[in-house]
Design a protein around this ligand. Sequence first.
Ligand code: SF4
Ligand code: SF4
Length: 185
Amino acid sequence: MTLLNLLNHELSWHKRSDWDEAIELLKTFSSEHTDEPSHVKDLARIVRFRIDGIDAFIQQNTAVVCPNCEKVCCINKHGYYDYEDLIYIHALGLKPPIYKEGISDTDPCQFLSEFGCTIERAVRPFRCNWYFCDALLEHIEQGPAKPYRMFIKQLDEIVDLRKEMLDEFFRILKENSLYTLSSLE
Ligand code: SF4
Ligand code: SF4
């Protein structure tokens, strides 16, 4: 299986052999081709920096809304990286966590503690940073207009930067022989 074939929405930690193969091939990609993907790595660092920049604003709002929540959104299936998250964290030089066995997708997320998520916001699965339930959204919208507008603008910019990073990654993968990068059967 090639790296290009593995990196799509089908990739899941639950399909362990594909998952492990994709991670090995991503590591090879990062270690053997340090120059070409430098723009990808720069963009990943900028995305991380920008997510750090909105952390306080989100935290201010979740600190008010989430303690009263009766149906916490953090179920275990949301805690797994998808293929785009894997590209991002490898570009940052990080590794995915070792996920625990035997937890149902609908159980509370394995990274949820009594103090909230134990993963630094900038390296959480992207869906976690992008999800705002109605109650949270309403609270944010009812706050001061200027910080709200700035927050929405920052979110849009983060999404664009992340897309640019992913597009660049796939451009390099397709334009090079890396696109056939595959493990030995
Ligand atoms: S974001 Fe919404 S659904 Fe999730 S824990 Fe907070 S209040 Fe509950
Ligand atoms: S925010 Fe953290 S605790 Fe919640 S689903 Fe995502 S990874 Fe799990």
